[in-house]
Write a protein that binds this ligand. Structure first.
Ligand SMILES: [Zn+2]
Length: 224
């Protein structure tokens, strides 16, 4: 499952996911169980019902309640506004969200830029090739790999293993975060068409967690 958190300038202001921190903390933390198990248990009086809930969660939020966040000209309350607002998402919930990115507002200069080299159709084709590569391994898509299968298909090279080991120690990664990082790195390698899982893939996966990026000097994204 993947999601983007900390999005500025959400392009779809009427999208329901826009208001995620406005839900109660109890409602937000109720997402933890289905995100973890792929099923949701509803208990009422003497009845318990379990429904399948293997989902891809995509969520977006503003940096603070004011909208633009500190420094963007919208927030008059200062850094504390963003700190309090973002704290409404608990650490255990964030631990279950594999990709977290800050997305800066689109500027007028951005609008004048030429279109990206890889368009939507080309990106979609690359995603389909990556999914086909995962299916061909016979262990299922990366998101649902068992630990045994993960060890088999997402074994990083020695530099990659060393980087992940160091990051696990430096960032005090949970076992869940460690294994999820390997899955994201495996998907990055698949999107690159690479059979081997290398250090650069591990570095990029680590850089896609907002609270981890920059934890090392220069950030993991710059590690090659
Ligand atoms: Zn604010």
């Amino acid at each position: 499952m993947f999601a983007a958190v900390g999005v500025r300038g959400h392009p779809h202001p009427r999208c329901a996911c826009y208001i995620s921190p406005e839900f109660t903390q109890q409602a937000l933390d109720a997402l933890r169980q289905p995100l973890e198990s792929g099923s949701v248990l509803i208990a009422r009086a003497n009845h318990h019902v379990t429904y399948p809930a293997r989902i891809l969660l995509a969520a977006a939020m503003n940096p603070c309640r004011c909208g633009g966040g500190p420094g963007a000209g919208f927030c008059r309350r200062g850094p504390r506004c963003a700190t309090e607002y973002q704290a409404r998402l608990s650490g255990p919930l964030l631990d279950r969200i594999d990709i977290q990115l800050d997305v800066p507002p689109v500027t007028a200069a951005d609008l004048a830029l030429p279109p990206p080299v890889e368009g939507t159709a080309e990106a979609a084709a690359r995603v389909m090739r990556a999914r086909a590569a995962q299916s061909a391994r016979g262990a299922g898509l990366n998101a649902v790999l068992s630990l045994d299968a993960l060890e088999r298909v997402a074994k990083p090279d020695a530099p990659g293993a060393a980087l992940l080991s160091k990051a696990a120690e430096t960032l005090s990664l949970s076992a869940r975060a460690y294994h999820r990082t390997l899955k994201v790195a495996r998907s990055i390698a698949d999107l690159d068409g690479a059979e081997a899982l290398r250090r650069i893939h591990i570095a990029e996966a680590l850089s896609l967690k907002r609270q981890w990026a920059g934890a090392e000097q220069g950030g993991f994204a710059k590690v090659s």
